[in-house]
Design a protein. Sequence first.
Length: 91
Amino acid sequence: MNRDTYISLSSLAMDLDRVSIGLYRKSDKMAERFIQEALKRKSEIDSSTVKPYIKDLLERMERDLHSQDRDKKAEDALMYCTLFQNAALAS
């Protein structure tokens, strides 16, 4: 994994953490803002430089962030945050 991918994955993890916090605090505006930031970060990641499971997680993340269930979306955002953070640190 190259440095740019590492930075993008780390930034994505932070954005997802903020999504989770925003949903927990019932701040939909904040959560939506960081969902948009997370999707922008996702587009910065070159999928050819990451392992296949990361590529799958990136695809599922986008779908899960559009869920209507606030609690599920918050839990999913926190899960993806942890997974992407671990992937960045493992590289």
